[in-house]
Design a protein around this ligand. Structure first.
Ligand SMILES: [Zn+2]
Length: 296
């Protein structure tokens, strides 16, 4: 079998973004640092696979470009943030080159922070309903659970306003945030529109920190889940609730994750992979908020 690259992909855990390069035989390679956020791995063998651009957006690795130049394979890695990495080799025929990019900066940012996740509606309050009868109260609960699990993996304390299918008033939800002294509150809802063609995600904020958080989360959801960003607006109904000034001081974001009245997006909301992807994108947005929402 001719030497060459057969497969390039990335898997992400809370510790590492793990780049895997499979080849038919072990190949000589070199790693070139073009900038602190751009590395090239050059392997002594052609591509057996097609050239590819992989959109990763896992909070550390943005994209990977796989190309061939003069019988050599070039794997360009574009990072969101400079980080350390280690290289490992596995196997002989086939062979595997693994590059582990260190994600510990995320844990350092989120460790011990107190998050309140607030899945909307519950109990007899069903929220919106899709054409094929998907209920908002259940969808947002699934996403809230994924988000909670992710935040806990990064060492954060994540609490939910409801763990069960129960009715909660807005006041009860706000009081939980105050009692918990939550540093950040994320409410989860879906969008609904009488026009069946409308698609995308929206955000509602109360104070200035929340506006920045909303925009950071929607931006990441657009990159990762290809959701149209329908923009943000202010939660004016909170003006009437005296306790809600707590939500004004902290980053409070109400994210309408998808438009359930659109049958395509309702379909997406049935997929566990899609819902987990939304939670991952939200964590990326939260990280960007703490990094100062720098665009890159
Ligand atoms: Zn809702």
């Amino acid at each position: 079998m001719n030497p060459g690259i057969t497969n390039v992909y990335i898997t992400t855990s809370h510790r590492f973004s793990r780049l895997v390069v499979d080849s038919t035989k072990p190949l000589n390679f070199s790693v070139i640092k073009n900038t602190p956020k751009n590395y090239e791995i050059i392997l002594d063998g052609p591509l057996i696979m097609a050239p590819d651009t992989i959109k990763v957006f896992d909070g550390l690795v943005n994209t990977i470009e796989v190309t061939e130049k003069h019988q050599k394979s070039v794997i360009a890695v574009y990072l969101k943030k400079p980080c350390t990495f280690q290289v490992k080799l596995e196997g002989q025929v086939p062979a595997r080159l693994i590059v582990l990019f260190d994600r510990s900066f995320i844990k350092n940012l989120l460790n011990n922070r107190v998050f309140l996740i607030d899945p909307g509606h519950g109990g007899k309050d069903l929220g919106y309903k899709g054409y094929i009868n998907l209920l908002e109260k259940n969808v947002v609960m699934d996403i809230a659970n994924y988000l909670k699990q992710e935040l806990i993996l990064y060492g954060a304390q994540a609490v939910m306003t409801r763990e069960k299918d129960i009715v909660l008033s807005l006041n009860e939800r706000i009081n939980t945030a105050i009692l918990l002294e939550a540093e950040m509150v994320i409410s989860l809802h879906v969008n609904w529109d009488k026009n069946i063609g409308v698609r995308g995600a929206k955000g509602t904020y109360f104070g200035e920190p929340g506006k920045i958080l909303c925009e950071a989360i929607l931006e990441e959801m657009k990159k990762k889940s290809k959701l149209q960003n329908l923009g943000v607006d202010e939660a004016t109904k909170l003006w009437k609730i005296p306790e809600s000034h707590y939500l004004k001081k902290i980053p409070y974001a109400c994210i309408k994750v998808c438009t359930i009245s659109n049958p395509i997006e309702e379909g997406w909301l049935r997929s566990p992979v899609f819902k987990k992807g939304l939670a991952d994108a939200m964590v990326n947005g939260i990280v960007n908020y703490y990094l100062g929402n720098k665009k890159d």
